[in-house]
Design a protein around this ligand. Structure first.
Ligand SMILES: NC(=O)c1ccc[n+]([C@@H]2O[C@H](COP(=O)([O-])OP(=O)(O)OC[C@H]3O[C@@H](n4cnc5c(N)ncnc54)[C@H](OP(=O)(O)O)[C@@H]3O)[C@@H](O)[C@H]2O)c1
Length: 329
């Protein structure tokens, strides 16, 4: 199969290119080459999707295209350029398209999406809502151009694993590797949900091979926070104990959710985000998504961590200070 990856210089795009190459496919990656390098053994074409004619350097037809775009203009340029030249088109969208982040256990069939971005609006970076609305526009362009029989709209949830540039999951892998008393946010029975980048890449490749089309969430089944920490602890070099600290205490002390400095990554306020990490993965698992054990993702992430200071999360001092205050109460 000849596969075009629009991207392929970072995380998911690199994983798709690597795994498609290893499966014997003929892979072309197309990007500017600013975010990183494509994997070895694939063709690389330098393109700039900011320009309407930016994909002119891509000749011929492709059995499959994988697009990780976020800007509506990028996806429009690709759709115009590749119309009639792509057999199967995967658009990697996001669970951020959903209008209701609060209700748990939703499926694609039951969950309404946000309105598309305003016409001409093209900057997904402002906040989660504009990102989600831009993704809705991109989905519409892809389905409108390539048709429901060829478009695979793959709404990814939290993607984790080796080479993750965000550092969110890495925070927890590093934290468990250090051991000792760990501040665990929320409550053990709350849920969290993620997908290993390699499982997502496998499913995308499989979808192209099988001609799977339609709209799906790309996320594994939720696990409890207790199970999440148990997976992180498996094979960790140091012993640990968890201290669960409820949301109210953390919010009062201005600990940020999800990401960023002085945050607890992968932790989201409830009940507002009670549906964000608890989607029903059933339909995607029925459609061929396979997910590896969490402990395997953790072990492989741990093995590839680079020796760099925390970019996000709590520093050692911040965590120790919060634990002291908690115990002093
Ligand atoms: N991480 C998560 O947890 C998460 C969750 C839900 C959904 N998603 C979605 O999953 C996908 C992740 O994709 P990814 O890991 O491959 O990372 P990404 O950061 O989305 O990659 C963007 C790719 O597009 C290329 N690119 C950017 N601007 C370009 C331009 N003007 N012209 C040509 N190429 C351009 C970049 O390469 P160059 O900079 O080298 O050009 C890069 O390869 C995205 O669609 C994201 O929205 C992610």
């Amino acid at each position: 199969m000849k596969m075009l990856v629009l991207g392929g210089t970072v995380f998911l795009g690199r994983a798709v290119a690597r795994q498609a190459r290893d499966a014997g496919h003929d892979v072309v990656c197309a990007a500017r080459g600013e975010s990183g390098e494509p994997v070895e053994g694939v063709a690389f074409v330098r393109v700039d999707r900011d320009r309407p004619d930016g994909l002119d350097a891509l000749d011929g037809t492709f059995d499959a295209v994988v697009d990780v775009g976020r800007r509506p203009s990028h996806v429009r340029h690709a759709a115009e350029s590749l119309r009639g030249r792509a057999g199967h088109y995967t658009f990697v969208s996001s669970c951020s398209v959903y209008a209701d982040a609060a209700t748990p256990d939703q499926t694609v069939a039951t969950a309404p999406v946000m309105a598309p971005a305003e016409p001409g609006f093209d900057d997904p970076s402002a906040d989660a809502e504009t990102y989600g609305r831009c993704k809705v526009t991109c989905e519409d362009v892809v389905t409108g151009t390539f048709g429901t029989e060829s478009a695979f709209i793959c709404r990814a949830g939290l993607i984790v694993g080796p080479e993750d540039p965000t550092g969110r999951f890495d925070y927890w892998v590093r934290r468990h590797a250090r051991g000792g008393e760990i501040l665990a946010p929320g409550a053990p029975e709350e849920r969290v949900q993620l997908i290993d980048v390699r499982d997502l890449a496998d499913w995308i490749i499989q979808a192209a091979e099988r001609g799977l089309a339609g709209t799906f969430d790309a996320i594994g089944a939720p696990v409890t926070r207790q199970e999440f920490h148990a997976g992180l602890a498996e094979g960790a070099p140091s012993a640990h104990e968890l201290t669960w600290i409820p949301q109210e205490f953390l919010v009062e002390r201005e600990v940020a959710p999800w990401s960023g400095p002085r945050s607890l990554p992968l932790w989201l306020p409830l009940p507002e985000y009670g549906g964000f990490l608890t989607r029903d993965a059933g339909p995607s698992l029925e459609a061929g998504l396979r997910t590896r054990p969490l402990a395997e993702t953790v072990a492989d992430t741990r093995a590839t961590l680079r020796d760099e200071p925390h970019r996000i999360g709590l520093t050692e001092e911040e965590e120790a200070g919060l634990l002291r205050e908690w115990h002093a109460q």
